[in-house]
Design a protein around this ligand. Structure first.
Ligand code: KG4
Ligand code: ZN
Length: 339
């Protein structure tokens, strides 16, 4: 029997739907919410309202593009945690209602597990083949920074994570200090391309084990900018590319030094990237270069599978379907949940 799933992602500020058949993605639709940029960050109540507006057209579009109609569906997968409660509720209630009306099961998916498993979507990464188990994954997003060891689609363990800010937050908060609009990560990336990364030196924290910290870097950047602007009020305007390149270099070195440590400690050489920050050109290049030097096989998903999307929920749902891991309709969403 072939397995056809509809998957829904609504954990933060993207409303997304995807249809997948036997592990192949047939459609992947995302509606982003531009409204938050004027507030300098995601406003939860506005996000919930925008999900309500977007969810029907987004699901409709995903079904049309896949060529499947509702009667073809065997289950509905949705993001259950972590995320903004109001946002998660829109996706989960929609998934439950649809599944109930079609008399098919629901599959609750953990968003961070799904980011990792984006590397298991066929044709998703820059490699012809899928990564072999066990692989390591550095997941870098706006809300999380983790190193995960993946033994199988259902057996993942977090072996390192941030103790304060996420890597995406480090980018976005740095950008805010530089007067750039939200989300500033992609802008830092763009300015960094023409800057000198060795011009300014920011500190690398010494955190034991495989955990990360970005709050010290944030404070160092703040004091640095205050001091320089005290001397020259136009310091940022005059030096923006070099400042961005220097900040980016430090964030990348914090990430990749821990990833190298994890690879050494585990002996694993199949190494994946995941999450929105994997869009960063500097990180992608440095990751490939480090992998080349260390004999790793590196995997980077296409952009559409790095930033929040429902295809990653679909592939995770597919593996859960194979294990018959369905959830009761009483399952609740959760802002924070371990896995
Ligand atoms: O995974 P994602 O789309 O959403 C979350 O689950 O958080 O990640 C969003 C984060 C934001 O912090 C954004 O600034 C960052 O990814 N980001 C980037 C780039 N593109 C997105 N950071 C640095 N360079 C980029 N090119
Ligand atoms: Zn995410």
């Amino acid at each position: 029997m072939s397995i056809t799933l509809l998957a829904i992602e609504s954990s933060c500020d993207e409303t997304a739907a995807s249809v997948c058949r036997d592990g192949h993605i047939l459609s992947n639709i995302v509606a982003s919410q531009a409204i938050h940029s004027r507030y300098g960050g995601v406003v939860p109540e506005l996000a919930s309202r925008a999900h309500i507006q977007h969810i029907v057209p987004v699901v409709d579009q995903a079904l049309i593009l896949s060529g499947c109609d509702l009667s073809a569906l065997n289950a509905v997968a949705f993001t259950q945690a972590p995320g903004l409660i109001g946002s998660l509720l829109v996706g989960s209630q929609f998934a439950k209602s649809l599944a109930l009306s079609l008399n098919i099961p629901i599959i609750a998916v953990h968003h961070m597990q799904a980011h990792v498993l984006a590397n298991l979507i066929r044709g998703s990464t820059d490699q012809d083949e899928l990564p072999e188990f066990p692989f390591l994954c550095l997941t870098v997003s706006g809300g999380h920074t983790q190193i995960v060891i993946c033994h199988s689609p259902g057996n993942l363990k977090v072996i390192g994570e941030t103790m304060d800010d996420a890597a995406g937050e480090a980018f976005d908060k740095s950008a805010k200090m530089l007067g750039l609009p939200y989300p500033g990560g992609p802008l830092i990336d763009r300015y960094a391309a023409s800057g000198n990364p060795l011009r300014f030196k920011f500190p690398e924290p010494s955190i034991p084990g495989l955990n990360f910290s970005f709050s010290g870097l944030k404070t160092a950047i703040l004091y640095f900018l205050q001091e320089q602007q005290g001397r020259d009020p136009e310091f940022i305007e005059k030096n923006l590319p070099d400042i961005c390149a220097s900040i980016q270099l430090r964030i990348i070195s914090i990430l990749l030094n821990k990833l190298q440590k994890a690879a050494e400690e585990t002996g694993i050489k199949e190494i994946c990237l995941a999450g929105g920050v994997a869009a960063n050109k500097g990180l992608r290049e440095a990751f490939r270069e480090t992998g080349g030097n260390r004999g790793w096989r590196t995997f980077i998903p296409k952009m559409e599978y790095c930033t929040d999307n429902a295809a990653m929920i679909a592939i995770t749902g597919y593996y859960k379907f194979l294990e018959q891991q369905f959830s009761p309709l009483t399952v609740t969403v959760s802002a924070r949940a371990s896995w």
